[in-house]
Design a binder for this molecule. Structure first.
Ligand code: FES
Length: 105
């Protein structure tokens, strides 16, 4: 079982914002949606561009390269609907954000 990794604090990713971090050589984007933090691999499933360079509006995360669109609460594709992001478990301990990477392929 892999450990939870410290990914910063709630001050690093305010509500409605996203924040890129590198955890154990894995690029991760944190999204704070309505006070809940979600973590995804910072790599678009289309052609691997960094999602953290894109836009987050409300719960919609848009890749900067070709504008694929994802629901930042779930990681599921909005357009196209059959795409999805690699999602990681998140835990908040006090104001510390912890992420568990598991197996990243
Ligand atoms: S790389 Fe993200 S939409 Fe093409």
């Amino acid at each position: 079982m892999q450990d939870w990794l410290a990914a910063g604090t709630l001050d690093d990713v305010w509500e409605g914002e996203m924040h890129a971090v590198n955890l154990a050589a894995v690029d991760v984007v944190l999204c704070n949606i309505d006070g809940e933090v979600h973590a995804y691999q910072d790599r678009c499933p289309h052609l691997a561009n960094r999602l953290s360079d894109g836009k987050l509006r409300e719960n919609i995360l848009t890749c900067p390269a070709h504008e694929w669109v994802f629901d930042a609460r779930t990681g599921k594709g909005v357009n196209p609907v059959d795409a999805s992001l690699r999602r990681f478990p998140v835990r908040v301990d006090g104001d510390c954000i912890l992420v568990r990477l598991g197996q990243v392929g």
